[in-house]
Ligand binder design. Sequence first.
Ligand code: 9MR
Ligand code: ZN
Length: 527
Amino acid sequence: IRLNTVGYLPEVAKTATVVGADKADRFAVIDSATGKIVLKGKLGESFDSPQTGETARLLDFGKLNKEGSYILQVPGLPDSAPFSISDEALNHSLENIMVGFYGQRCGEAVEFEWDGDTFAYDACHLDDAWLDYLEPEKAGEKKVSTGGWHDAGDYGKYTVNASFASAMMLQAWERRSEALESLELPFIPEHGGELPDFLDEIKFNLDWLITMQTENGEVAHKLTTLYFGGMVLPAEIDAKRYFTPTSKLATLDFAAVGCIAARVFRPFDAEYADTWLAAAKKAWDAAKEMSETPEDTSMFHTGGYMTSTDSDYRWALIEIRLAFGAEALSEMEGYIFKDAVDNDNRMVDVAWDWGRGYNLGLYSWLFSEEAKKDPAALERLELDLLSAADVIVRNSAEHAYGRGIRAYQWGSSGVLARSVMTLHAAHELTGEQKYLDSAYDQISYLYGRNPFGRSFVTGDGFQPPQFPHHRPSEGDQVEKPWPGHVIGGANPGELDWFDETGSYRTNETAINWDAALSYALAVFYQP
Ligand code: 9MR
Ligand code: ZN
C-alpha cells in the first residue's frame, strides 16, 4: 500500500496506490491512537502500469480529514506505513529540506543535530578560488569567492545552477512570504537576526554568487577543481579550485536572479537590493556583447551546466524589463520581450529543468504588479499556463501513482517537484482545488506513493534513501546520510532507481532539485 508516508493536509485529496490486492476489494483506515477503524471503503479504479508491469488499484480516503495518525489496511496485504493528517503535515519536511541547504554550505564549519545524530564538517574551500583560467595573466593569484552552497553530491559551485536554485526559492518567498516569514530554522547561525530565516539561507548563496562576476560584468561559468574529488568530507580535499572562464549562459542567469534578489530583499535591506540591481544590469549589458559559443573549458572535468542561451535570455530579458522598465530595452529587445510574454507557441513548459529559466521569467511576469500589462496578452499567457497545468493534472489522473510528468530523466524528482510551481500558479489564478490536489499528488509521489513505496528524501518519511551519491554522507562517520535531500530519481524508466552511492545517475542530490521541493513544500507550509 503505497502512499505519502509523511502525511496529508486535511483539505487535500488523499489517494494511495494498492498493488497485489488481486482478490481484495475493501480497505480500512485505522486510527493509530485508538486502534479503531475510522473509515471503510471499496478500492477504486484499476490501472495497468506499462512502466512497472503491475496492476494497481486506487484507494481513495479523501473523506477522512480529521487530524490524527493512521495506517491503511487492505485484507491480505501488509499494513501501510504510518502517516498523519494535520494542517502541519508538511512543515517538518520543509525544515528537513532547509537543514539540507544548511548542510551544503561551503566556507564555514557546519554542525547540526538531526533525528538523534550530529552532522558536521570543518570549514572547507577557504582558498576559493584561483584565477589561472579566468584571467591567465593572473595565474597563481586568487580572488575571494568563498561561501555559497556546494552544488550537489560534489563540491563544485556552478553559476547556472546556483542562480536557478536561488531563483526558485526567492519565488517561493514571493508567493508564500506570509507563511514563510514564520519558518524557524534554529540550526542556522543567522537565526534570530533581522532577516527571516528562509531568506538568510538563500542570502548565504547569493553572497557567494555575486563574487562570480568579473570587473567587466561577465560572470564565471563555474568554480571547481579540474576533476571531481573522492567521496570524502569537503575540508579533506586540497586540490586547487579555479574560476572557469565566463559564459553567456551564466551571465544571463546571474542577471535574472539578481533582479529577483533585488525585488525580494528591497523591503529588508535597500542597499543590498541596489547592489544586486547594479550587478544584474552590468551582467545584462555584458551578456549582450558575449559570444554564444562558450570558451574552451574542456580542462574541467566537472559538471557541465551548459546549453543554448535561448530560454535563459528570455528569462533575463523579462526580469530586466520588470526591474528597469520598458525604457531600458532597445527597440529590438522590446520586440523580443513582447514575443516572450505573448506568442502562439507553448510558453510555460510542462516539464522543465535547469536550462529552461524562461519559465521562471513567465511566473515573474504573471505575478508582477507591473501596471503596463496588455490585458489580452496577459489572458493568453494565463491560458497557456493553465493548459500546461491541465496536462499535469491529466497525466496525474492517468497514472497509477498520480505522477504528473511522463518523462524520466536525470533529476526526474526535481522536474516533478518543479511541476508544483505550475500547479500552484494555476491555483493562484483560478482558485480551483484540482490544481492543489494535483500539486499534493506530486509531493506524495516523492514521499512514498511511488513504485518503491519509499520516500525519496533523505531523513524523512518511510525507508528514505540510505546511500545517496553525496560526499558528506559517504565521507563522515554517521551511518545515516545527511538529511534534507531529494535524490535525482528514476531515470531513464520508472523503475530505474538504485539506492547506491555509486549511482550518481539516479541517487545523487542537487540544490536545484531541493530548491524545487522547497517551493512545493512552501505551498503547503502552515505556520
Ligand atoms: O542535473 C544535471 C543533469 O541535467 C545532467 O544531465 C547531468 C549530466 O551533465 O548533470 C546534472 O547535474 C550535475 C552537475 O553537472 C554536477 N553536479 C551534480 C549535478 C547533479 O547530478
Ligand atoms: Zn566547500
